[in-house]
Design a protein around this ligand. Structure first.
Ligand code: SF4
Ligand code: SF4
Length: 471
């Protein structure tokens, strides 16, 4: 990297922390360009989803619900119960492997395009800031100016709107936790009725406000664990927003009519446009940096400069370090194919695990501490506890039948009917012919029927007298 070493000190410091330890506030110029427009559309779709999803219902149930307090979870219309948490571990492992592989191949694309922090910051809070305080230059001037009426009303209005948006966002999150119907009922009935929740919302809104009004890019650079992992996840083949130093260096100011090739200059005209738009305040020309969230704002900025000076676009582009060093275009190589196959395999595994999940879950256990009983000269009985979890959205009548050996099931109490999302228990007696109870522990097999259909087959055991008692 020809001229790159001269800037090597960037590796020893964070771009937003000055040598005296003070914060360097970033005033990014509003990006413009094709990729920015695509990001805007992506963000609008995701924001629309975030604000509309709590109102979507499927068969009367929310589309998404994460009610930790009542341990009720609904994912894309499918209710999940604490009994489903056995799925959590493989899904978590698959998810972690997915994140690692995805990052190894595609770098930090998630951060720039899908992360809520970036979407809220760039497409809500930053837009309001541009609207009230003006462009990046005006914002900087306003911050440096003495307190006057102009500064007071602009700053005041901005922070009031920031806090109101934070309140709305936290309230919407509450809609995901307790259901939007309940959240709106709470809103109608007033804060006095739900004092603890109201105080919680106000405090969380303050945290949310501070994240977007004060912390900003520091979340991505210092706090976010995913961002901190980049150093170990990325390698020379990862696809990142990269500056083509082979083509750009040595940089030199643009002079009309100059033959840059003959003057020994690269394509970078050192205009600084890529630095001006960067929300984390870095210069991508120094190489891959921890702070880069792959937002692509510098790509748009540089492309517009290249078009103006009649050079090919893509001086800054999505590329791997190796493809730039070897001057080869980015190709879908064996490594990407292998990792992508593993990613698809993992997603298939997660899909398979979810498809294998039963909607009625049954457990049949002999009542603890109970022994066999002699019903009459020809029969023994055991007492069992049947526990059923109904994970469907309908009330289910549940029955059990004995499959092996022959015998009789006698329910103790009313017929078992379980409401949607409920867990219920009932005791029953199993009566077997003595001739079928040959050992102290006889295997028995039950069929569980819900609404007349077989939903589970459960194995258990039947206690009988041991051989000494028989003699
Ligand atoms: S270097 Fe470019 S892609 Fe990275 S954060 Fe800055 S503007 Fe975004
Ligand atoms: S925008 Fe492009 S030409 Fe301008 S300084 Fe950045 S890399 Fe160089």
């Amino acid at each position: 990297m020809e001229n790159i070493e001269e800037f090597d000190d960037y590796r020893d410091r964070v771009s937003t922390i000055a040598s005296d330890g003070k914060r360097v506030w970033v005033y990014p110029k509003k990006p413009r360009g094709k990729l920015y427009n695509y990001r805007k559309i992506t963000s609008l779709v995701l924001l629309a989803f975030f604000f509309l999803a709590p109102f979507i219902k499927i068969k009367g149930e929310p589309f998404l619900l994460f009610n930790i307090l009542e341990r009720k979870f609904i994912l894309f219309g499918f209710p999940f119960f604490p009994q489903d948490f056995y799925l959590l571990m493989p899904v978590m492992i698959a998810f972690i492997v997915f994140v690692v592989l995805f990052t190894v191949i595609f770098g930090r694309i998630f951060c720039g395009w899908l992360c809520p922090q970036t979407i809220f910051m760039e497409f809500i809070f930053r837009q309001i800031e541009y609207w009230i305080e003006g462009n990046n230059v005006k914002q900087q001037r306003l911050d440096q100016s003495h307190l006057n009426f102009n500064k007071l009303w602009r700053k005041g209005l901005k922070h009031i709107i920031f806090y109101l948006i934070s309140l709305i966002t936290v309230f919407w999150f509450l809609g995901y936790v307790i259901g939007m119907d309940n959240a709106l009922t709470g809103l109608r009935e007033g804060p006095a009725e739900y004092l603890a929740i109201t105080v919680g919302i106000i405090i969380l809104a303050v945290v949310h406000y501070l994240v977007f009004a004060k912390l900003r890019e520091q979340v991505c650079v210092i706090i976010c664990p995913y961002g901190r992992l980049q150093g170990v996840l990325l390698d020379r083949n990862s696809i990142l927003v990269s500056y083509d130093h082979k083509r750009g260096e040595p940089k030199g100011l643009y002079k009309p009519l100059e033959d840059r090739e003959r003057s020994g200059k690269g394509d970078c005209v050192d205009c600084g446009s890529c630095v001006l738009v960067c929300p984390t305040g870095i210069d991508i020309r120094h190489g891959t940096q921890l702070e880069c969230i792959n937002c692509t704002a510098c790509i748009d900025a540089c492309n517009s400069v290249m078009k103006r000076i009649n050079k090919p676009t893509g001086l800054i582009r999505y590329a791997s370090e190796r493809s730039i060093a070897d001057k080869v275009p980015l190709r879908f190589n064996v490594r990407i194919l292998f990792y992508s196959t593993v990613l698809i395999g993992l997603l298939t595994l997660i899909g398979f695990l979810f498809s294998k999940r039963t909607t009625i879950e049954t457990t049949i256990l002999r009542m603890s501490g109970s022994m066999y009983q002699e019903v009459d000269a020809d029969h023994f009985s055991n007492i069992y506890v049947l526990q059923v979890v109904n994970k469907t959205r309908e009330t289910m009548p549940v029955e059990i039948e004995l499959m092996e050996p022959e015998g009789e099931v006698k329910m103790m109490g009313d017929a078992l009917s379980i409401g949607k999302g409920e867990v219920n228990k009932v005791n029953f007696l199993l009566v077997l012919d003595k001739k079928d109870v040959k050992t102290s522990l006889t295997n028995v097999k039950f069929r569980v029927l819900a609404d007349g259909k077989e939903v589970d087959v459960v194995n258990s055991s039947f206690v009988g007298p041991n051989s000494l008692d028989r003699n």
